[in-house]
Design a protein around this ligand. Structure first.
Ligand SMILES: Cc1cc2nc3c(=O)[nH]c(=O)nc-3n(C[C@H](O)[C@H](O)[C@H](O)COP(=O)(O)O)c2cc1C
Length: 340
């Protein structure tokens, strides 16, 4: 029904307006008694064989919602009814920020892809903590953290530390995002010096806690082999739990969408089907070259059981979806679980 009726209708409107509409619709309809139970009955999968024990956590299934969809943790209880094994909130920054000017989210239907240059629009860590305090669902939550646009890179570590401390009691694992193409200079933090400083500082604070939490690093798919080798050694040196591969790409090659359309859209990160092979390549490299205790979460172009299986076969323990969720609707999680 989603692909035949709902998607053609929703795709008539501006993508970001649709995002907010769907958000409000889910929020309001889930207030009606019985709706959440009904959604869970339709979309959830209860199969003990799909359970994954990793990062010291027990995931009911390996399919999570990727960062960027529920940046402010406003819809946890509602999204939890759609069958996800876990939800990653954020990217959260210390202070609220509006993000880039609109329009900043574009569909590429011919490629089953999106281009976005949102720019970490979010309500700021204090508001996100308030939202997390209200949630009732016990679903596993990842806290994806970043820096404010106005924070210079040499002070970025403070932004990550602020978000880490404030979110610590409310999330189950952390993700250090240094890979969004939409915050100027952010990806320079993937270089050895700044990255080691950020990860070592976070891990020092983390290990001083009574119960430390897993920290993962989310990387771009556009790193070359030398840079990936650096990432592997930095992750091993800082002894964080693992890596999320990958964020969106700035590469625009091999797309079916007309180049004039791409030029008109302009800068941003590409997600969805065209990203799948590239991000799996990065994942495979990480799996082959990392110490065996490195946890890997795969994200990038997953839209079916077989594309999720490709990622698990390449070494991931868990997968996440974003663009596939937009193109396929809520049934995607159950379909992937069934395929697995
Ligand atoms: C509109 C949009 C916003 C996103 N925002 C974030 C974000 O705030 N933080 C982040 O780490 N990744 C963000 N992402 C990247 C996704 O989490 C994911 O890594 C990427 O889209 C690849 O997965 P996909 O092909 O399934 O979409 C965003 C993606 C999209 C499409």
């Amino acid at each position: 029904m989603y692909k035949l009726l709902i998607k053609p209708l929703l795709f008539q409107f501006d993508p970001e307006a649709v995002h907010h509409f769907v958000f409000r619709f889910l929020k309001i309809s889930c207030k009606i008694p019985g709706v959440k139970t009904l959604l869970s009955a339709i979309y959830s999968t209860k199969n003990p064989q799909l359970q994954v024990n990793t990062l010291g956590l027990s995931f009911p299934n390996p399919v999570g919602l990727a960062a960027g969809f529920d940046k402010n943790a406003e819809l946890i209880d509602e999204l939890a009814c759609l069958g996800f094994g876990f939800i990653e909130i954020g990217t959260v920054t210390p202070l609220a920020q509006a993000g880039n000017d609109k329009p900043r989210l574009f569909r590429l239907p011919a490629d089953a892809a999106l281009i976005n240059r949102m720019g970490f629009n979010n309500a700021g860590v204090d508001a996100v903590v308030q939202n997390l305090k209200k949630r009732k669902s016990g679903i596993i939550i990842g806290g994806n953290i970043g820096k404010n646009k106005l924070t210079p890179n040499h002070l970025a570590v403070n932004d990550y530390l602020i978000c880490f401390e404030k979110l610590f009691d409310y999330v189950d694992y952390f993700v250090v995002n240094v890979s969004s193409p939409n915050t100027p200079g952010l990806r320079e933090l993937q270089e050895k010096g700044p990255l080691l400083e950020i990860l070592n500082s976070l891990q020092a604070v983390n290990l001083a806690k009574t119960k430390p939490k897993p920290i993962l690093l989310k990387i771009a798919p556009d790193l070359n082999t030398e840079q990936l080798a650096d990432i592997v050694s930095i992750v091993a040196d800082s002894k964080i739990a693992g890596i999320i591969a990958t964020n969106t790409t700035i590469d625009r090659s091999n797309l079916a969408t007309a180049s004039a359309t791409l030029t008109a859209i302009g800068a941003g990160g590409l997600s969805g089907k065209p990203l799948a092979a590239k991000s799996t390549e990065v994942l495979s490299y990480l799996y082959k070259n990392s110490p065996k205790n490195t946890n890997l979460i795969a994200v990038g172009g997953i839209d079916s059981g077989s594309s999720a299986h490709d990622k698990l076969a390449a070494g991931a323990q868990l997968v996440q979806v974003y663009t596939g969720f937009i193109y396929q609707g809520a049934g995607i999680v159950k379909r992937i679980c069934k395929g697995l």
